[in-house]
Design a protein around this ligand. Structure first.
Ligand code: GRF
Length: 212
């Protein structure tokens, strides 16, 4: 029997890393034919780095430089070098809070994915759950998408809806979206890892359904 070749992931995050944990657990249980080559963070002491080290995965902090929402050129180069040295096939953004620019996007063109806590194209940007609550929508959710030069804008791979309840506060809604993310992200990465994704312009066709 031929085994599916494992793809290598590089994961970038700035926070506690619960999505990374969901992906790592899905790999561990054989749900995703992949391995994590390296985890990188722009935040020293970020939980995601500890989570990686606890699992024996190489994890590094790279100083982001002087900007608040993007990486300084030199820092971006260090991220690209670290990912290339780790021989990653795909870059998975799991709560990485900076916009990636030209050189990074070119180095991994079409091979960067992100998760966003809303049903894009609604509510891109920060605190998407709060935007949804303030707007009064009855459903929101989360989206896994390819990363391009826009903010939360690339072709959509998978989405999961989450109802907005009358009693919701930003915190309760965020928690429910987070729980949905932990199912959606591994499911989408599993599909990518099995080569089951075809991109035609803005449309991403999957060979399997992502139902969470
Ligand atoms: C998630 O809500 C994701 O949608 C957003 O950042 C958050 C990361 O959370 N991009 P965690 O670090 O994975 O817990």
């Amino acid at each position: 029997m031929t085994e599916t070749k494992k793809i290598r992931l590089g994961v970038l995050g700035s926070g506690k890393g619960s999505n990374f944990v969901a992906i790592a657990d899905a790999i561990q249980s054989g749900q995703i034919p992949a391995e994590v080559g390296i985890v990188l963070s722009d935040v020293e002491g970020a939980g995601i780095l500890d989570q990686a080290r606890m699992r024996g995965i190489r994890a590094e902090y790279i100083a982001p430089g002087k900007f608040r929402t993007k990486l300084e050129e030199e820092s971006e180069r260090c991220f690209v070098e670290a990912l290339s040295a780790a021989e990653v096939d795909w870059v998975v953004l799991a709560g990485f809070m900076r916009v990636l620019k030209g050189d990074f996007l070119r180095a991994f063109e079409g091979r960067i994915v992100n998760i966003h806590p809303s049903l894009l194209p609604s509510f891109p940007g920060l605190e998407a759950w709060k935007q949804a609550l303030d707007h009064g929508v009855k459903f929101t959710g989360c989206t896994v998408h390819f990363v391009d030069a826009g903010v939360d804008a690339g072709p959509i791979i998978g989405q999961q809806t989450v109802p907005v309840l009358d009693a919701d506060t930003p915190e309760t809604l965020h928690r429910r979206i987070h729980a949905a993310e932990h199912l959606l992200y591994p499911a989408c990465i599993g599909m990518l890892a099995r080569g089951g994704v075809r991109v035609a312009g803005r449309r991403v066709m999957g060979s399997e359904r992502v139902d969470c």
